[in-house]
Design a protein around this ligand. Structure first.
Ligand SMILES: NC(=O)c1ccc[n+]([C@@H]2O[C@H](COP(=O)([O-])OP(=O)(O)OC[C@H]3O[C@@H](n4cnc5c(N)ncnc54)[C@H](O)[C@@H]3O)[C@@H](O)[C@H]2O)c1
Length: 257
């Protein structure tokens, strides 16, 4: 029970990596605040946690809307009086080269993937500063580090999150707040299923290409990333500050000849 008594907010935890992490954190004793824009999926996550004997509550809200994020923060503070862990996980995908991305799509993906990290941090960090403790995990991607075909906008958002993580760490280290980033490779979630279907004529061929660039020879599981998030959230990671943690089957540093 590595998170006993901890209050954890996980954005976008109605699905995929966020859901797996919510289940993992709750199994280690945290009370998890599941946030998502999809009410049904968010409530399902909470239900699954409760069925497994854990504690969780759902808060419907959009991480790109200041009012929603302020209300989420207020909800948690009124109910629990503290926030120990913030996992800025919510994100959306995009496939395309710069010349293929329309300006409104650019704004939308930037909004969710970057502003959606900034806003929860903006409203939750002051409480962590007052507590003089806290742990923030920001969802980046190995696309922040390696050039991937037709991932221009998505990579730009995840690079921004990685840079933001390092800057935030310097600002908040004096308050005993750790800020780290997770950089997954391709993990099999609805996010990947959807972009494979919508952006490729032949999703089977696309998935074969992805498997090839990961030395593991396969896609990762949401639980692989959940375990990494658990490590960062736990006291075992007390010396990890402003760091990228790669969970990518070797995609970033290995190369299949
Ligand atoms: N799956 C991968 O291969 C992979 C790899 C690297 C990074 N990531 C990142 O991991 C995160 C989670 O991805 P996933 O694969 O679990 O995706 P997913 O689509 O399964 O889950 C994302 C969740 O975020 C929610 N969401 C979207 N916009 C939101 C908003 N504005 N406010 C609140 N919630 C919102 C969705 O409703 C969904 O439940 C994303 O940031 C993604 O970029 C995923």
């Amino acid at each position: 029970m590595r998170l006993t008594g901890k209050i954890a907010v996980i954005t976008g935890s109605g699905s995929g990596i966020g859901r797996a992490t919510a289940l993992r954190f709750a199994s280690e004793g945290a009370h998890v605040i599941v946030n998502d824009i999809n009410q049904k999926h968010g409530e399902e996550t909470v239900e699954e946690i409760k069925q497994n004997g854990g504690n969780a509550s759902f808060f419907l809200g959009d991480v790109t809307k200041p009012d929603d994020v302020q209300a989420l923060t207020q909800f948690v503070m009124e109910k629990h009086g503290k926030i120990d862990i913030l996992f800025n996980n919510a994100g959306i995908s995009n496939v395309g080269r710069v010349d293929e991305v329309e300006p409104d799509v650019w704004d939308k993906v930037m909004n969710v993937n970057v502003k959606g990290v900034y806003l929860p941090s903006k409203y939750i960090v002051p409480h962590m500063m007052e507590q003089k403790s806290g742990c923030i995990i920001n969802m980046s991607s190995c696309a922040a580090e390696i050039g991937l075909l037709r991932r221009a906008l998505y990579s730009a958002t995840k690079g921004a999150v990685l840079a933001l993580t390092k800057a935030m760490q310097v600002d908040y280290a004096p308050y005993n707040i750790r800020v780290n980033a997770i950089l997954p490779g391709t993990i099999f979630t609805p996010f990947v299923e959807n972009y494979l279907k919508s952006a490729y004529d032949d999703p089977t061929e696309a998935i074969a290409g992805i498997k090839k660039r990961q030395l593991s020879g396969d896609l990762g599981k949401p639980e692989d990333v959940a375990n990494a998030a658990l490590f960062l959230a736990s006291d075992e990671a007390s010396f990890m500050m402003g760091s990228p943690l790669y969970i990518d089957g070797g995609a970033t540093f290995g190369k299949n000849a």
